[in-house]
Design a protein around this ligand. Structure first.
Ligand code: AMP
Ligand code: MG
Length: 484
């Protein structure tokens, strides 16, 4: 047992009704080796990991040694995967427990890649080094872009091989989340038709994430609306920075409103709403531009799972559900419009704003313009070798935009908004791949550089110029993989 490193476990999920989880320990690995430890995150959690050796950290974050106070378990959940309902659960993850930091904030500490569980189905319960480092870097990037997300505390190599299309190095990621409650968690209880547990789960989620709703008259409806609002904000934020989640199954949609489960995700370079990276997403279900509607589809599955609690009268429950899910469209449209106004430095409301936004997107698409660099160009006038700048339509658009923002009362504030909403640095796909390839060969230097680059995404830095460029034309067809 590991003691005295600042871990302060207070495990509430473990006390939920038995069907919600299976208690079990991570399966020990052969030869754990620390690959990366997020020291800044550790410190912010009040963990004192610098005083122990890399070897000891590797023992902890492989699950080979358990920390005092942990109460390991695999969570049960269901999910609609690409539209099909499936019984799932943590098939390769173990929740060690909930850590309370010095502000009494509660954090799940989960090991991903920790071995088989009763929910593994045909999987091996393990994960490979590349995908775990990928989750590490993308989740950190999303965090520093000011978007709610799970975070990554450590990656440990296991010293074991995992068999995918080829043999890969095994690894375990330590994931930190405000919880791992998912839409799929509610679907699981609803599928069991266990109304008492469903009520308990609603109360639990409210207490953990939305304590202001404890007194709500209709708790299920109130919880739904609160989750919907956070999910709308989250998806709008993804759209803002060109993030494509890639696998928005209902088991990958969190109740807390954090981005979760970084599988085949990636950032879009050239603006195209049909952008898909995932090798298995043949019909573009989770394409960049489909994310808003998929968000609503997933939330419809969430409200369905809450049905028995909305009203005792079935017709009334259906009416409440329909009204709630309809609110999504207005909420999304308003949040999206505000986000775009911020990106374009528009403060007042003018009649032409909406049209100008859609005109810009048409022009960007026609010119295959780099999404993030286009918005930065509007701030700093720099855009190397971009076809867009010579397009007469863009020249006219830009002139109109300049006139439009001159109507702002406060030009300093407009500039500030643009600076805060348009990143200079995103983890570009070719840079991520380059770093992962080197890391797999034991050279972490590129990965560590990328970790630095993503830390201050809104601040220009001439030292990092190469990280602002999209992939070379020869390298544009980027594919990502699930089930890694
Ligand atoms: P994901 O696509 O990562 O959201 O995973 C979907 C489901 O498949 C979850 O229940 C995972 O726990 C499970 N899963 C993914 N990979 C594996 C694996 N290698 N072994 C066992 N279960 C897995
Ligand atoms: Mg998942």
């Amino acid at each position: 047992m590991i003691k005295n490193l600042g871990f302060n476990f207070d495990n509430t999920y473990a006390d939920l009704p038995e069907i919600m989880a299976t208690k079990l320990s991570p399966i020990a690995v052969k030869k754990p080796k620390l690959v990366i430890l997020n020291k800044i995150l550790a410190k912010s959690l009040g963990l004192d990991l610098s005083k122990i050796s890399d070897e000891q950290n590797a023992e902890i974050f492989s699950g080979n040694k358990l920390i005092e106070g942990s109460s390991p378990l695999a969570q049960a959940y269901c999910g609609h995967q690409f539209g099909h309902f499936v019984m799932l659960g943590d098939g390769r993850a173990v929740l060690l427990g909930e850590h309370l930091d010095s502000n009494k904030q509660r954090w799940d500490i989960q090991l991903k890649g920790s071995g088989k569980t009763p929910y593994s189905r045909s999987g091996d319960g393990r994960a490979a080094l590349g995908p775990m480092l990928r989750e590490y870097i993308i989740s950190e990037a999303i965090h520093f872009l000011n978007i709610p997300t799970t975070r990554s505390l450590a990656v440990v190599e296991t010293g074991e091989e995992v068999i995918r299309e080829t043999k890969l190095k095994g690894a375990i990621l330590t994931r930190i989340a405000s919880s791992h409650l998912r839409v799929g968690t509610f679907q699981f209880v609803a599928a069991k038709q266990d109304i008492a547990t469903l009520k308990t789960l609603v109360d639990y989620a409210i207490e953990r994430h939305y304590p202001e709703l404890i007194q709500a008259q209709n708790k299920a409806a109130a919880l739904f609306r609160a989750v919907m609002k956070r999910q709308v904000k989250l998806i709008v934020n993804w759209m803002r920075v060109s993030f494509v989640h890639g696998v928005m199954n209902t088991d990958n949609m969190s109740i807390s409103g954090e981005s979760i489960d970084y599988g085949p995700c990636a950032f879009m370079d050239h603006y195209d709403t049909k952008t898909v990276f995932s090798s298995i997403d043949h019909y573009g279900r989770y394409a960049y531009g489909s994310q808003p509607i998929i968000g609503q589809w997933n939330l419809a599955r969430f409200i369905e799972s809450l049905f028995p609690l909305l009203d005792q009268n079935e017709n009334k429950a259906e009416q409440i559900a329909n009204e709630l899910i309809k609110e999504y469209e207005g909420l999304f449209a308003d949040q999206y419009h505000l986000m775009m106004k911020n990106k374009l430095g528009m403060i007042s409301d003018e009649d032409q704003d909406k049209r100008m936004m859609s005109d810009l997107f048409k022009i960007m698409h026609k010119n295959q313009a780099d999404y993030n660099n286009t918005f930065r160009y509007l701030i700093n006038g720099k855009f190397p070798n971009e076809k867009l700048l010579n397009d007469p339509d863009f020249i006219i658009w830009e002139a109109e935009w300049k006139k439009r923002i001159s109507k702002n009362q406060n030009s300093e504030k407009a500039y500030q908004l643009m600076m805060e909403h348009n990143p200079v640095f995103i983890p570009r796909n070719h840079k991520v791949e380059e770093a992962l390839l080197a890391a797999d060969n034991g050279d972490m230097s590129k990965f560590l550089s990328l970790c630095e680059v993503v830390k201050k995404p809104y601040v220009e830095n001439t030292n990092f110029e190469e990280f602002t460029k999209p992939a070379p034309a020869t390298d544009r067809i980027y594919k990502t993989y699930c089930g890694t």
